[in-house]
Design a protein around this ligand. Sequence first.
Ligand SMILES: Cc1cc2nc3c(=O)[nH]c(=O)nc-3n(C[C@H](O)[C@H](O)[C@H](O)COP(=O)(O)OP(=O)(O)OC[C@H]3O[C@@H](n4cnc5c(N)ncnc54)[C@H](O)[C@@H]3O)c2cc1C
Length: 415
Amino acid sequence: MARTDAIVLGAGIIGVSIALHLAKRGLSVALVDRRAPGEETSYGNTGVIEGNTLFPHAFPSKLGDLLRVALKQAPEANYHLSELLWFTPYLLGYRKNTQLEGSLAFANAMRPLFSRAVAEHEALMQESNATRYLRHDGWIKLYRSEEGFAGTTRERALAQELGLPHAVLDVEGTRALEPSLNPVFRRAVQWPAAASVPNPLAVTKAYVARFNALGGVVLKGDARSLHRPGNNWRIDTDEGPLDAKDAILALGPFAPDVLEPLGIKLPLAFKRGYHRHYKPVGNAGLTRPIVDVANGYAITPMEQGIRLTTGAEFARPLTPPTPVQFDRLMPAAKGLFPLGEQAEDRTWMGSRPCFADSMPVIGPAPGNAGLWLAYGHAHWGLTLGPVTGRLVADMVTGATPFCDPKPYSAERFNA
Ligand SMILES: Cc1cc2nc3c(=O)[nH]c(=O)nc-3n(C[C@H](O)[C@H](O)[C@H](O)COP(=O)(O)OP(=O)(O)OC[C@H]3O[C@@H](n4cnc5c(N)ncnc54)[C@H](O)[C@@H]3O)c2cc1C
């Protein structure tokens, strides 16, 4: 029987970062996925390493906004009527957790992770020979109304208190940084300490190459074969069965496929998102990711073109794609930036794995010795991959965790 110290299930940015951190500590590690690394949710995101994040994404609080979503007119959100009942407990919890008290609790609990996010990526990029992917120009959020901008007051005050750099810009100040933006907005907030990458897949692959160089192996296999015949965890791979004392589950939105048969039922929901790539018209260009907050989309310069990513769609991962938000947001997006023809004839879809408190689960699986969980990173999986890798490696090797992992524990759902 083949054996390693640890098996990491799932080779998205979370699993890859964990595998690399464990290999750096001298463990023999197998990284198992049914696809090639980085090709699922971690492939198509906006590429922002959001070290600046303080508050979770707000649930609409105004009746008008809720009505627009309910009537399927909102560019920022969509839902499937047939799945609404399934999503209701999540949506109620999400609404509660994004009011002021919940937002402050999130900011406090997540700061140890967000504050290290950019530095942890930079450290892995340095040893993976991938620093060429790191853009240190931050990102900009645009507000089309004074009212929309006023909604950021509390978060900016907290940023001030914590010394998190940010700059409030008017239209001219914003266009000095990004001259191709049309003046269809009123205000902007620039978060210069965030970073971004022009190809999230390439970054994940660079970390895999570093993992391989340290002796780590990548295997094809179905994580649903995970079981515990004795004292070890066992997984079936294309190379045969593999045993390890520790198994780390980093399957993103697919984690319930493995956990529920083991009797571990945590309330994971999904915010699906889509992207398309566009050619800019003429000499138009963009140097950093831009968010049009009112319309819930982002445009970001990628190697493939300008990537336009959509907001949330409340539907489960395997429900057929419904990219209707593009129709709703394209007039606004084209008004903001001269998007030309599509650079490739493809619409990508991924599912952000989300708990109602917007926090991931990182830590031991309840009642299953040697099984560890690292999933549910919602809007911030790219951001939090390397810092999650460090925290999991601390826990699995018995080192003192660099921060208190209690807020991310699966046990919080029993409280
Ligand atoms: C439109 C959009 C924009 C986003 N923008 C950003 C952003 O700018 N910044 C940011 O930080 N985050 C962003 N995110 C979120 C981020 O992409 C996710 O949080 C992150 O990719 C989750 O990573 P993961 O490794 O947990 O999951 P995944 O990348 O989905 O990895 C899970 C892996 O498990 C494998 N797997 C699943 N089931 C099995 C099985 N049965 N057997 C074997 N393998 C299996 C899959 O093949 C996959 O490789 C965005 C997400 C979306 C959808």
